[in-house]
Design a binder for this molecule. Sequence first.
Ligand SMILES: [Fe+2]
Ligand SMILES: [Fe+2]
Length: 291
Amino acid sequence: MSESQQIPEAILRCTEQIPPLPDVVVKVIQLTRDQESNAKELTNVITQDPALTGNILRLCNSAYYGLPRVVSSLSQAIMYLGFYAVRNLVLTCSMRNFYESDRVIYGYNEGGLWFHSVASAITAELICEKLRPDLRDAAFTAALLHDIGQLIIAMSIKDTCDTILDIMEENNIPEYDAERQVVGISHDELGGVVADRWNYPDELIHAIRYHHKPSAAKSPSFLTSVVHLSDSICLQLGYGVEAESMKYQAYDEVLDTLAINRDSIDIFSEQAKLRVEERAPIFIESLNGAS
Ligand SMILES: [Fe+2]
Ligand SMILES: [Fe+2]
């Protein structure tokens, strides 16, 4: 089945209006896929865009990262944070304007989807620090972008957003099933299609596409499971969310993939609460200051 056949017409029209990723972002994604690429090449590509460079340095120097000294160049940023962390900062900065709006998204309070996304990213980072430090940066970005499809659905069907919530509540079904009934595609499926169109790295597409149904993927993914768990924890903690019906418990198969038990979730949840409350405002504010 082709991509266009999978996406309902109204949604397709909206996704076609989404501006393509800036050239510099596309080049950065390509570069970080190439095993041979190095920090100098990454620096050369990013510095072609002075505004992006400035935004990345601003974020690096924010209290969020707490680096021991002021970072004044991209090569220093790569040295302190690492190649992939800087790649992920490029993705984060490129998405900020897309998310930032006073648009009301069904199930969330005003600005709530962005707050939910930031809280999920911080939680995913925390979980990976404990379980798989090598995936820390990828988990942050995947969790930050996991609900991108919901933003697009809300942009496409402004007038009928409430219908999705009504159907969820009347039929006691999850959000993704109600979305399929109302618009013909769920936000996780749509997010996967859009991330693929943007040529996002494969692991990121997988995490976005399967964050609500990790078992539907051909093989279990640690990263996707972390995003699922972070999403569930942040919804349970009520970050940004308005409708109780959005909340769900993490699935057992995710716990198996992560090799943890339910008690671990309670611990992660307590730690996430402290960290989100401390760091989310810093992160959001430093990106708000970006141009
Ligand atoms: Fe979601
Ligand atoms: Fe979510």
